[in-house]
Write a protein that binds this ligand. Structure first.
Ligand code: FES
Length: 353
């Protein structure tokens, strides 16, 4: 029996697992059944992720997993999860989840998706970081005439996920798709020189990067050094949110830090409408909007996914945990509604249409 908690597009929906696919010795894909009445709510862009809420050891743990399926190619919603040493949820999924089980899932979110354009699409996937980039790859091949290159790094050949699917895509798009496999045990870790070699001839491309931290840093820093525009470099970083007790302690400290706030209300522009939202001291912008019944976008509520990204005009604010916005983006006025608390007004919160 499907269940729903919360409201609007941000509520969790109890989805049934339609299938569990063994991808490699240490990764599995979980395919969800989306009930007909929720198809619109669960529509997504290639590269976006699902947020899962999993009861574990008396707590609810939250994890974000990228969709490896493409909305333009695949009929199902599929996330692929690789085991992580001591990873409670990744191991639970790999060991225990089976078809017919139910998992609480929030509709797709995220800002890591294919931008419009006709420039080359250059994808870097490291390990299970290939999941959002294969989604983008499939959509780029299906919906555009753009050239696509995937640089896919793995520990060794046995760890390659989607090997057959990629081989089929390559043979079906010989003129437009190139896949380069790198193996740590043969090629070593990705180096600046190797990034330069792989991006040569793709200047001005749209770059998408997902994988382990050092892998992403190497690609991003090299592209910036080469003079590529940072607005065309898209990096997806996933960090596990803290456990509930730790999150509660962080929230209490953040509330105390803005106890002298003089703000009693702020304006919100969302979906073409401007509304006034009452503000109670200590709340985040997101908490205030949700209390006011505004269906603002969010997912992790931990400053880690960017689903709640918005701009604040005027006033002073304090930002808590931020794992996604760069210094430049903060300077441009971008913030995370789930982590942002107003100190002084007047201020207006704007969600881009
Ligand atoms: S909801 Fe994830 S960063 Fe705000």
């Amino acid at each position: 029996m499907p269940e729903e908690t919360g409201f609007g597009k941000n509520r969790y929906h109890r989805l049934q697992v339609a299938d569990v696919i063994v991808e490699t010795h240490d990764s599995k894909s979980v395919v969800f059944t989306i009930p007909k009445e929720n198809e619109e709510l669960f529509s997504y862009k290639a590269g976006q992720f699902l947020t899962l809420k999993v009861p574990y050891d008396g707590k609810n743990l939250i994890r974000c997993y990228s969709l490896a399926s493409s909305p333009d190619v695949d009929s199902e919603h599929k996330v692929t999860i690789k085991r992580v040493v001591d990873g409670r949820i990744s191991n639970w999924i790999n060991d225990d989840v089976k078809p017919g089980d139910f998992i609480d899932v929030m509709p797709p979110a995220g800002i890591f998706y294919l931008n419009d354009g006709d420039n080359d699409v250059v994808l870097f996937g490291g390990g299970s970081g290939v999941t959002p980039v294969i989604s983008i790859l499939k959509t780029a091949l299906k919906k555009t005439r753009r050239k696509v290159k995937l640089v896919y790094a793995n520990r060794d050949e046995q760890s390659v996920i989607f090997k057959e699917e990629l081989a089929a895509l390559e043979s079906g798009h010989k003129d437009r798709l190139q896949v380069i496999y790198l193996f740590d045990n043969v090629d070593g870790f990705l180096s600046e020189e190797r990034v330069i070699q792989e991006v040569t001839g793709h200047d001005g491309g749209e770059f998408y990067v997902c994988g382990p931290g050092p892998f992403m840093d190497t690609v991003e820093n090299t592209l910036l050094k080469l003079g590529e525009d940072k607005r065309r470099i898209h990096v997806e970083r996933f960090v596990s949110p803290p456990d509930p007790e730790e999150a509660a302690a962080q929230e209490a400290a953040a509330r105390a830090a803005v106890s002298g706030s003089t703000v009693t209300a702020f304006e919100v522009y969302l979906d073409g409408e401007t509304q006034e939202v009452p503000y109670e001291s200590g709340d985040t912008l997101l908490q205030s909007m949700l209390k006011a019944g505004i269906d603002a976008p969010f997912s992790c509520e931990e400053g880690m996914c960017a689903a709640c990204i918005c701009t604040v005009e005027g006033g002073d604010t304090v930002l808590g945990n931020n794992e996604v916005l760069s210094r430049e983006e903060l300077d441009e006025g971008l913030t995370l509604a789930c982590q942002c608390r107003p100190v002084s007004g007047p201020l207006k919160v704007v969600f881009e249409d």
